[in-house]
Design a protein around this ligand. Structure first.
Ligand code: NDP
Length: 252
């Protein structure tokens, strides 16, 4: 595929993310605390997470490894960051959730499979087929260093916050409690904030349209989700801290 065609396709994909923001703000995606039975058949929550998330690193690695590009260290580095994130998200995170007996709509799993297929493909295809043969000097470029700091900081925040949420439940529990401590003092969803920062950092490191697309999609998914979670906490806990915001301390 010509690089111009690739770019047009990915820009169209980014436009879809932007156009869907008003829909995502109005209709909360029905998984986790928002799961309901109006969305057709359900499947085991943990299995659903593995199935929908494993697609992303598989697509990325397939197109990266099978592309004709010389696999220089910077390209391996970017593919490696993606794979590391998804080892956690598709295998470790689902196994550690305390969601025994909980279910997720099959339609959510299928739409996430599609989402992850497109993003894994576009990022793998860029690295395997389109990226220039970056050399070692790339590692000391300012956009790479700043992007890496954001990526690592965002990933650390995401991992810490997910861990704290997972530990709110004792084995066998499936209910919800008010999270507290660290950034939870200021926002309801530091895990979503961390993930948004992480992929914005990756876009800065990789500095290409595919990585930008994933950063936009992540924000388009997680800003509405954090707002829904925040509303849900306020509706379900009378003693929910009133000063806490949804996603960005003091602002949102
Ligand atoms: P949530 O914060 O809703 O849930 C994370 C886990 O913690 C779930 O197992 C949940 O259980 C449990 N949990 C959450 N809040 C509480 C609480 N108050 N008390 C007890 N247990 C709680 O995260 P999401 O499901 O929205 O997302 C999971 C991860 O995936 C996040 O790190 C997110 O950033 C990432 N993600 C990334 C996307 C992207 O586009 N890049 C899109 C969606 C998610 P339960 O499932 O029972 O609610």
């Amino acid at each position: 595929m010509e690089p111009d065609t690739f770019q047009t396709l990915v820009l169209a994909w980014i436009a879809v993310a932007v156009l869907l923001v008003p829909v995502q703000l109005r209709a909360t995606a029905p998984y986790g605390r928002h799961t309901n039975t109006h969305w057709g058949p359900l499947m085991d929550n943990r299995l659903g997470w593995v199935v929908m998330e494993i697609v992303s690193p598989m697509m990325l690695l397939y197109f990266f490894l099978n592309g004709p590009n010389e696999k220089t260290a910077p390209l391996w580095f970017m593919a490696g960051l993606w794979a590391l994130h998804y080892i956690n998200r598709s295998l470790i995170f689902p196994m550690r959730t305390r969601t025994d007996g909980k279910q997720i709509p099959v339609v959510i799993v299928l739409s996430a499979v599609f989402f992850n297929t497109v993003n894994g493909w576009s990022n793998g295809y860029f690295l395997g087929f389109i990226a220039p043969p970056l050399k070692e000097a790339w590692f000391s470029q300012p956009h790479v260093l700043i992007g890496l700091a954001l990526f690592l900081g965002g990933a650390a925040l995401n991992l810490w916050a997910d861990e704290l949420l997972l530990r709110l439940r004792k084995p066998g529990e499936t209910g919800y409690k008010i999270p507290s401590g660290g950034l939870f003092r200021y926002v309801s969803c530091p895990n979503h904030l961390g993930e948004i920062i992480e992929w914005a950092g990756f876009a800065l490191i990789a500095w290409n349209v595919a990585a930008m697309g994933f950063a936009v999609w992540t924000a388009a998914n997680l800003v509405p989700r954090a707002l829904s979670h925040h509303r849900w906490y306020r509706e379900h806990f009378q003693d929910y801290p009133p000063e806490r915001r949804a996603l960005i301390p003091y602002l949102l």
